[in-house]
Design a protein around this ligand. Structure first.
Ligand SMILES: [Zn+2]
Length: 698
C-alpha cells in the first residue's frame, strides 16, 4: 500500500518536492487506492454526521453505527475505484504526452477525480429519481457528462496547484501515515455490516411473549392501541389464512391468540383511500379525496383518540401516508423510519439503491452482500425509543405502516434464497421491476414477463412477506418490553392486496379483484377478546367505530358514519345481522395511461378509463364498472374471479344491484365546494412527487 511506497525509480525524479519531479510507477499505483480510501472515509463520516443531525430525535446508537458503517464502505469503495481510475488515466496521459508527464502528480489527480465524482453522482441519482426514459434519458446522460468535465477541469487545476505549494508538500506524507488507521476503520465497518446483516428469525419461543410491565393500571383506563397496517399484504400469502409456504410464522402465532376475521374487505384497492376509510369510518364517496387530499373537516381516528387524552404517534414507511395527503391529522408526532437508516438525501444510499436495483447487471453481484430496507427494520427501534420516552400516565395510539410487501420486491438475499429456487436466483435480480414495465404488462398486455418471471416475482413477494413477519416480531418484542400486552389492543390489517400476474396484472391499480380487496385482519386484546375466527363479512373501515367503541372516544356527531363496530360481528350469529361489504375505485392514475400511450402506438386507454363499485355478500360479488357494465362472481366456488356468472344468475345480479343502489342512496356524497381548507401548493407538489416515487403517477 502507500505505506510501502519506495523512492522513485528514476534518477531524475529523486528531488522530492520539486515541481519538476516525475512520480514513480509505484507512486501512480498506490496513490489511487490510498487517497480514495481516505477521502471516502471522510465523506462517509460527513454523510453520517449529517444524518445524525437531521434525525437526531429518532436515531438510536445502533442505527447510527449501521448507517456509518454502510456509508464508510460505500464511499471508500467508490473513492478507491474513482481515484485509481483517475490515476490510470493520468499515467497513460503522461506516457503519451511529455508535457503532461512532468506536470501531473498522482495524489492531487486522484483527489480531483473523487471531487468530480460527487456532482456526477448527484446528477445521475437525480435523473434516476425523476424516472427519465429515452430519449430524454440519453440527453440526461450527455448532460451529466458535461457536468463531469466542467467540474473536473477547475478541481483538477486547484488540486494540481495545491500539490506544488508548501502546504501541498506538507500534506504529501498524510496518505502514507493515515492509510493504516483508515484500513482498520474500513475493516471494522465491514464487521458491523456483517454482524447486522439480515438473518431469518426463528419463531421458536416468540409466543407467548412475557409482559415486562404487568399492570397496575386502573380498570377504567382505556387500552393502549397499536394499529399496524401491512401495506400491500395479500391475505392468501399468510399461513394463518391457509398458505402452505412458511411466510408468516410470527403472525401465525399471533393469530392463534387473536380474533381472526376470515372475510375482511378493504373499501378501496389502493393506499390513500383505503387508509382514509379506516381513519374516518367513511366510504370514499363520502369524503371524496379532493385532489388526493383528505379534507380537514372529517374527524380522524387519531383526532378522536387525541381528544380522549391519548398520545398519538404515526410511524409511516409509506411515503403517501403522510402530512402531504392529510392522513396524519390528529397525530401529535409523525416519523418516517424509512428515511432514518438510509436517508433519501444520502449520496451513499442513492448510489447503492440505483446501482443495486437500477442496474440489472450489478444486481446479482451486489445483492448478495447489500440490501436497502423499506423501513421495517428501523421501525421497531424507533418505536422502542418513543415508547420509552412517552408519558406513562396517558394511554397511547401507535400507528405503524410497513412497506416490505409493496413493489418493487427486493428482499435481502437470506430471504430471497429461502423462497426463490436456486436455478431462478440469478434471474430474480434481473427481472425488470420498473414502473413502466409493470404498466406495459398490465395495461397494454405487452409480453414483458414470462410465466417463469411471474413465478419468480411471486416468490420474491413471499420472501418479502417473510421479512415483514420478522419485523412484526421485532415490534411485538418491543411492545412486550414496554407495555402490558394483555391490556393493549393490537390490530394487524392490510390496506389492500397485490396482483402478481393475477388477471394479467401487476400492482394494485385499475382493478377491484379480491386479490386487492380481500385483506387480513387480526385483533388481539386479551382483556376483552377471546381468540376466535370470525367468518362474517366485515369491512376494514369498521375499525374506526370499533376502536372508538373500545376506547370510549367519540366521533363527530355531525358526520354520518356508516361503518359499524366489529363488536357486533363478534356477537353470536343470532344477534348479529350479515352485512354486505362495499368498495370503490374512483381515481385511476391517468398519467400511467398517457405514458403507455406514448410507448405503445395504437394503445387504446378507454378500456381502463373506468371507475368501479363493488358489493360482496359473503358469497356473491357484483362489480359495477362506470355505473354501467356488470360482472358477477361466486367467490366460494370461483375465488379467482375467472367466470362471470351475470348471465346465468340474473336474480342474484338484480338483488346485489339493488343493494348497491340502496347503498349509494344511503349517504351524502362529498361536495368539494363545502371544503373550508384551501390546498397548499407546496404540499400538492410534495404529494405529486411522493406519488411518483411509488409509481402512481408519472
Ligand atoms: Zn397501500
Amino acid at each position: 500500500m502507500a505505506g510501502q511506497e519506495t523512492p522513485p525509480e528514476s534518477d531524475a525524479s529523486t528531488a522530492a518536492g520539486k515541481a519538476s519531479c516525475r512520480p514513480s510507477r509505484r507512486g501512480w499505483v498506490y496513490a489511487g487506492p490510498a487517497v480514495g480510501l481516505m477521502v471516502g472515509l471522510f465523506a462517509g463520516l460527513a454523510d453520517s454526521g449529517v444524518l445524525a443531525q437531521n434525525v437526531r430525535d429518532l436515531i438510536t446508537p445502533r442505527l447510527l453505527l449501521e448507517n456509518a458503517s454502510f456509508t464508510l464502505i460505500t464511499y471508500s469503495t467508490c473513492g478507491v475505484v474513482v481515484c485509481t481510475a483517475a490515476c490510470v488515466v493520468g499515467a497513460l496521459a503522461g506516457r503519451f504526452r511529455q508535457r503532461l508527464r512532468s506536470r501531473l502528480e498522482p495524489r492531487p489527480l486522484a483527489l480531483a477525480g473523487f471531487l468530480a465524482l460527487v456532482p456526477v453522482l448527484l446528477v445521475w441519482i437525480a435523473l434516476r429519481r425523476s424516472g427519465l426514459t429515452p430519449p430524454r434519458g440519453l440527453a440526461a446522460v450527455a448532460g451529466s457528462s458535461v457536468v463531469w468535465v466542467i467540474a473536473l477541469v477547475p478541481l483538477a487545476w486547484v488540486c494540481l496547484r495545491l500539490g506544488r505549494t508548501v502546504i501541498g508538500r506538507c500534506l504529501a506524507p498524510a496518505p502514507r501515515i493515515a492509510v493504516w488507521p483508515a484500513l482498520v476503520l474500513l475493516i471494522a465497518s465491514i464487521g458491523v455490516q456483517w454482524q447486522g446483516r439480515s438473518r431469518i428469525q426463528s419463531p421458536d419461543g416468540f409466543w407467548p411473549i412475557a409482559n415486562a410491565e404487568s399492570s397496575e393500571r386502573p380498570n377504567d383506563r382505556p387500552p393502549d392501541v397499536v394499529f399496524i397496517v401491512m401495506d400491500t399484504l395479500r391475505v392468501d400469502r399468510l399461513g394463518c389464512y391457509g398458505y402452505p409456504r412458511p411466510t408468516s410464522p410470527h403472525l401465525d402465532a399471533f393469530a392463534d391468540d387473536a380474533v381472526l376475521f376470515r372475510w375482511a374487505i378493504s373499501q378501496s384497492p389502493w393506499t390513500v383511500p383505503s387508509h382514509a376509510c379506516m381513519f374516518t369510518g367513511l366510504y370514499l364517496s363520502q369524503y371524496g379525496l379532493r385532489s388526493g387530499w383528505l379534507d380537514d373537516r372529517f374527524v380522524t381516528l387519531a383526532e378522536a383518540l387525541r381528544d380522549r387524552g391519548y398520545q398519538t404517534m404515526a410511524l409511516s414507511n409509506n411515503r403517501i401516508v403522510a402530512p402531504c395527503v392529510n392522513l396524519t391529522q390528529g397525530f401529535e408526532q409523525f416519523a418516517e423510519p424509512v428515511g432514518v437508516l438510509y436517508p433519501k438525501c444520502s449520496l451513499a444510499y442513492g448510489l447503492m439503491r440505483y446501482a443495486l436495483y437500477g442496474d440489472r447487471s450489478f444486481g446479482p453481484l451486489l445483492g448478495k452482500w447489500l440490501a436497502y430496507d423499506a423501513g421495517g427494520r428501523t421501525t421497531a427501534p424507533i418505536a422502542a425509543r418513543w415508547l420509552g420516552a412517552r408519558d406513562r400516565s396517558r394511554p397511547f395510539l401507535l400507528f405503524c405502516n410497513y412497506m416490505e410487501t409493496h413493489g418493487p420486491y427486493e428482499p435481502p438475499s437470506t430471504y430471497r434464497r429461502q423462497f426463490v429456487q436456486g436455478a431462478d436466483l440469478d434471474r430474480s435480480y434481473r427481472i425488470d421491476q420498473s414502473r413502466s414495465a409493470g404498466w406495459l404488462f398490465s395495461l397494454a398486455g405487452e409480453p414483458i414477463y414470462s410465466p417463469r418471471d411471474l413465478k419468480i416475482l411471486s416468490d420474491l413477494y413471499d420472501a418479502r412477506v417473510r421479512e415483514l413477519d420478522d419485523y412484526f416480531a421485532d415490534l411485538m418484542r418491543v411492545l412486550a418490553a414496554e407495555v402490558d400486552l394483555d391490556q393493549t389492543l393490537v390490530i394487524v390489517v392490510s390496506d389492500h392486496g397485490e396482483n402478481l400476474g393475477d388477471h394479467g396484472m401487476l400492482g394494485h391499480q385499475f382493478s377491484v379483484h379480491n386479490t386487492l380487496l380481500h385483506v387480513p385482519l387480526l385483533i388481539r386484546w386479551p382483556r376483552a377478546l377471546r381468540p376466535t375466527r370470525v367468518t362474517r363479512v366485515v369491512q376494514t373501515f369498521d375499525l374506526f367505530p370499533t376502536i372508538l367503541d373500545w376506547t370510549g372516544a367519540r366521533a363527530d356527531p355531525s358526520t354520518e358514519i356508516l361503518a359499524r363496530s366489529l363488536a357486533t360481528a363478534l356477537q353470536p350469529t343470532t344477534q348479529s345481522v350479515q352485512r354486505c361489504a362495499f368498495s370503490e375505485y374512483l381515481h385511476y392514475p391517468e398519467s400511467q395511461l398517457r405514458a403507455v400511450q406514448q410507448l405503445v402506438p395504437g394503445f387504446d386507454p378507454s378500456r381502463w378509463e373506468a371507475t368501479y363499485q363493488t358489493v360482496f355478500d359473503g358469497q356473491w360479488k357484483l362489480i359495477m364498472r362506470s355505473s354501467k357494465h356488470l360482472e358477477l362472481y361466486d367467490l366460494l366456488a370461483d375465488p379467482g374471479e375467472t367466470f362471470d356468472q351475470g348471465a346465468s344468475q340474473p336474480k342474484t345480479t338484480v338483488r346485489l344491484l339493488t343493494q348497491l343502489k340502496q347503498w349509494q342512496q344511503s349517504y351524502e356524497r362529498y361536495d368539494p365546494s363545502q371544503s373550508s381548507t384551501p390546498l397548499d401548493p407546496r404540499l400538492d407538489e410534495e404529494r405529486r412527487q411522493r406519488l411518483h416515487e411509488l409509481g402512481y403517477v408519472q
